[in-house]
Design a protein around this ligand. Structure first.
Ligand SMILES: Cc1cc2nc3c(=O)[nH]c(=O)nc-3n(C[C@H](O)[C@H](O)[C@H](O)COP(=O)(O)O)c2cc1C
Length: 147
């Protein structure tokens, strides 16, 4: 099982979420790479069984929330029909950002959206483990904690 975690992050919160996701994948024995979408390293996508793609919530805090950093995310090559779990970090209220992010990433990057979750920036890593397990199971992985 191969996983790539791509993230876009201005102030580090989404990068931290990405690193938590990557750490949990690795602890489960999954071959994992964590990279900024700005890194220019897009190798391994064809072989990946699952992509995680994350960014930050941009909006008016109580209205109009959508995916931040869309220009940076568009540096990714097309992820045509790649099973992709989306994540985001936010400060106050993600609103409908995750639905919009899924629509946008499907149209612009060609992903196959599996699941998605927004994480409060101050509560990480709360919920990350469940999100990772849900995502791995969605692509048919059997999650064994080795206990
Ligand atoms: C321009 C701008 C707009 C934002 N709009 C929202 C918003 O509408 N709702 C919200 O909950 N957080 C909003 N935030 C907060 C960020 O989503 C949050 O701090 C996030 O964790 C930043 O991630 P990063 O550290 O990876 O850049 C906004 C931040 C910026 C810079």
């Amino acid at each position: 099982m191969k996983v790539i975690v791509f993230y876009e992050s201005r102030s580090g919160n989404t990068e931290l979420a990405a690193r938590h996701i990557g750490g949990i994948c690795e602890s489960l024995g999954v071959d994992t790479s964590v990279r900024s979408v700005r890194s220019g390293d897009y190798s391994g996508i064809p072989e990946a069984d699952l992509i995680f793609l994350g960014t930050w919530v941009d909006g008016g805090f109580y209205w109009g929330q959508r995916a931040g950093g869309r220009r940076a995310l568009l540096q990714l090559p097309g992820l045509w029909d790649k099973p992709t779990s989306l994540f985001a970090t936010y400060a106050v209220n993600p609103g409908k950002m995750m639905d919009r992010f899924a629509d946008w990433a499907t149209r612009k990057l060609g992903i196959m959206p599996l699941t998605g979750q927004a994480f409060h920036r101050n509560r990480l890593p709360e919920g990350v483990e469940d999100f990772v397990v849900r995502s791995l199971e969605a692509v048919g992985a059997t999650v064994d904690w080795g206990v």
